[in-house]
Design a protein around this ligand. Structure first.
Ligand SMILES: CC(C)(COP(=O)(O)OP(=O)(O)OC[C@H]1O[C@@H](n2cnc3c(N)ncnc32)[C@H](O)[C@@H]1OP(=O)(O)O)[C@@H](O)C(=O)NCCC(=O)NCCS
Length: 192
């Protein structure tokens, strides 16, 4: 598959490029990444080079994982990254620390979900989200983007270095489910 560009009210999403390497290396050294993601730790410039030179292009080419850079405009500075894995239609995302708290990830997540569910990935009728229990910021994004919590028996997520961690799970369908917002009450409080 060739990389796809997506536009929203405030954002432009396209494939990450070599010009993003320094920012990726810096953003991925955030201690939150050690706690909540499975990106290499400690993160080095070589990890960013491998991500940009091998993982991103190969995964777009095979369709295994579609990865977008989040920017305000075409050619603009990288704000963060969002991806969807084709096999399970599972979302992954992060923002550079200085770009949080402005709704950027919620807006990007809606755009990627709508693209996937409106035919971007043939046959996809659901997008999945998982996060390590306690990752409230990620849960707020999922809630804001119309995901509904699910409670599978094996509610886990892979941990860095093997094994699993307890996790929250949720799904997003094309039409947001009526009880999607209320399904988050126990982790985000009532009134969502
Ligand atoms: C998860 C992560 C991307 C969330 O970032 P974020 O900036 O909180 O998310 P958003 O961009 O959607 O911003 C939402 C916040 O911005 C605020 N905001 C400001 N303007 C907004 C707007 N126009 N629309 C929506 N929210 C807006 C909201 O108040 C909201 O805060 P709230 O949830 O407390 O109400 C970020 O914390 C991160 O990168 N964490 C480390 C990596 C990680 O954990 N990734 C997820 C793994 S599952």
């Amino acid at each position: 598959m060739r990389p796809v560009e997506l536009r929203t009210h405030r954002l432009f999403l396209d494939a990450p490029t070599w010009a993003d390497a320094e920012l990726i290396a810096r953003y991925c050294r955030d201690p939150l990444f050690e706690r909540y993601l499975t990106t290499p730790w400690p993160y080095t410039r070589a990890d960013a080079d491998e991500f940009l030179g091998t993982h991103v292009p190969e995964a777009w080419a095979t369709g295994a994982e579609l990865t977008w850079a989040i920017r305000h405009t075409a050619g603009g500075a990288l704000l963060g990254v969002i991806s969807v894995r084709s096999a399970e239609h599972e979302l992954g995302f992060w923002l550079g620390a200085e770009h949080r708290g402005r709704g950027i990830m919620s807006e990007a997540t809606v755009a990627v979900c709508e693209w996937v569910l409106e035919g971007g990935i043939a046959g996809a009728d659901v997008v999945r989200w998982r996060a390590v229990e306690g990752n409230i910021a990620s849960a707020r994004v999922a809630c804001a983007a119309g995901f509904r919590r699910t409670r599978p028996t094996d509610a886990t997520v892979p941990a860095r270095g093997g094994g699993t961690l307890p996790a929250w799970h949720a799904t997003r369908r094309r039409a947001v489910e009526a009880d999607a917002a209320s399904s988050w009450a126990d982790v985000l409080g009532p009134g969502r």
